[in-house]
Design a protein around this ligand. Sequence first.
Ligand SMILES: [Zn+2]
Length: 409
Amino acid sequence: MDTAKITQNITTELEQLKKYTSTPEKGITRFPFTQEAKEAANYLAQLMTEVGLKVRTDNTGSIIGRLEGKSSETIMLGSHYDSVKHGGAYDGIAGVICAIEVARLLRENNNTLSYSLEIIATNDEEGARFNTGLFTGKVLLGQLTVDDIKNQFDAQGISVYDAMKSYGLQPDEIAEHTRNDIKAFLEIHIEQGPVLEYHGAQLGIVQVIVGIKRAKITIRGRADHAGTMPMNMRQDALEQASKVISKISDRARLFPNSVATVGYLEVKPNIMNIVPSEVNFAVEIRGTDEDSIMSQYYALLADLDQMSHASGLTYTAENLLFTSPVKMNETIMNILEASCIERGYSYMQLPSGAGHDAQIFGEQIPAAMLFVPSIGGRSHCPEEKSEPKDLAVATIVAYDAILKIANSL
Ligand SMILES: [Zn+2]
């Protein structure tokens, strides 16, 4: 295997793709259904054609390069080509470029596959424009309706439906693209955290993609003069909120592979000499098993009940999101591990704390993910970087895996 050539190709192509951004001085901003998205899509289509794939774009704006196998049933390998605002040049797109390299290796080595292979660059995985995400995966698995996309808007008030239309797609047919031929989904992605680098591993095999619980909590007290209302008579919403919030992080530390964050806080009226009358905060709990996520959430509700009982303040809790943790397929994980051992690559298994296309596919079909170390754990920022030689290692392991998956699922 010519690792140097793979590394060089990955370096060159990722460099070229850095051009397709709406914020050239401030990292990569490649929102779905924009001019820069179209230019990146055209470039990816050209790369896929050059390695001998039959290329098409689907009705989600994803780019697909197909390599026919003996069966028309399909194994998918890919990641996303959209980005967050002011993101990096590796998140998503690095996995697409690695996947195209896998296809090149398969073609050059004249490998014949039992299943057909599709290299896919998915669209709007990040959800940065419409506050949504995992768009291509959701459409291919039949999870979105025309009504859904008419009611998702960007900051300018443009709906997904209208954005698709002006991009030349057919939003009215969104529910007619369910794919029943996909047998497995494999994704290469940067880790976006510091764990692989810390352990000195060249590659990560993802065990599970975390589940997420998000809720908005409102605590209502009473606004009063901050000087004249005695301490034992006031109903200070921020004082009570801070007591409840202070327990959230410590509780998360008791659960392995769990994180909890209060990243949003709003205080009313937010004036120095008025006792706060209302506090809104958003809590987000992530974890690798549903029980640990929900026990933390119920413990928070119990704290709120107790707070309300003791202080007389009221509260409401509104669910914003719940997704279950998604386990990756063990057969494919074993195949990836065998390749690492055979080739002498250092690797470790780890959970993914971020959401990915593989989680949408993994809910319904066998799916797996390879993580590549992120330098300094940086991601979703212009400083984001992974070493092309590490991306080459992931490419080679994915190549081995595709050959084996085609014969073992
Ligand atoms: Zn990503």
